[in-house]
Design a protein. Structure first.
Length: 183
C-alpha cells in the first residue's frame, strides 16, 4: 500500500506516519471491501468500529452517515474554547471525515489562525528533540508545569507508554502547537 493511494486528509496529511492508519487485509465495516488499510485511532459510535474502517469511508463521510462515527469530540476541536474558534464546517470535517489518533485522556484537536491544525504525530521526549524547539516550548507551556518541574515532565514524555505529547502544525502560518496527557 502506498500512502499516495490514500485520500488526502486536509487535517491529517500523513496518517500512516502518525500510526493512525495501518496496512490490513480486513474488510471495512462500512463498505465491506478489503481496501488494504484500516484506521486504528479513536472512534466513537454505538457500534464496535475499532480497527474496522477504511480511510475512504472516513474521508467521504460514509462511516459517520452509517454508524454516527465521530473521530474527535466536536467540543474538543479548539480544546473546549481554550484555543482559536473555528467554523462549524471545520469542526465537522475534523470530527466526521478525518482520522484522529488515540490519546490517553481523550483527543483534543489544536486550532490556530481560525482553522484546525494538521495533526503530525504522537511524540515523546526523543521525538520532540528532533522537531522544532518551538513545539517543545508550546507543549511545556501547555503542560502547566514551570521551571525544573516542566523540564522533568518533558523528559518523561513517551509516545508509547505516556505521558504523550500530540504535535500539530498550523495550516495557515506554520506555527507548532499541541498538548500532552497521561494515562
Amino acid at each position: 500500500m502506498s500512502k499516495f493511494s490514500l485520500p488526502l486528509f486536509k487535517y491529517h496529511p500523513d496518517p500512516i506516519a502518525s500510526g493512525s492508519i495501518v496496512v490490513s487485509g480486513v474488510n471495512c465495516r462500512a463498505c465491506s471491501q478489503p481496501r488494504g488499510s484500516v484506521y486504528t485511532g479513536a472512534v466513537y459510535s454505538t457500534h464496535d468500529l475499532d480497527d474496522a474502517l477504511c480511510p475512504w469511508c472516513i474521508f467521504d463521510g460514509t462511516a459517520h452517515r452509517l454508524f454516527g462515527a465521530e473521530f474527535v469530540d466536536p467540543m474538543a476541536v479548539g480544546n473546549y474554547g481554550r484555543w482559536d474558534a473555528v467554523p462549524d464546517s471545520v469542526i465537522e470535517e475534523v470530527c466526521f471525515r478525518t482520522p484522529s489518533f488515540s490519546g490517553w485522556q481523550g483527543e483534543r484537536w489544536y486550532t490556530h489562525c481560525g482553522d484546525a491544525a494538521e495533526f503530525v504525530a504522537p511524540v515523546g521526549a526523543a521525538e520532540l528533540r528532533n522537531l522544532d524547539p518551538i513545539l517543545y516550548k508550546a507543549i511545556a507551556e501547555e503542560s502547566g508545569f514551570a521551571g525544573d518541574d516542566a523540564s522533568r515532565y518533558m523528559e518523561t514524555l513517551d509516545k508509547g507508554t505516556g505521558p504523550t505529547a500530540y504535535a500539530f502544525r498550523c495550516r495557515v502560518c506554520g506555527a507548532w502547537g499541541g498538548y500532552s496527557d497521561t494515562h
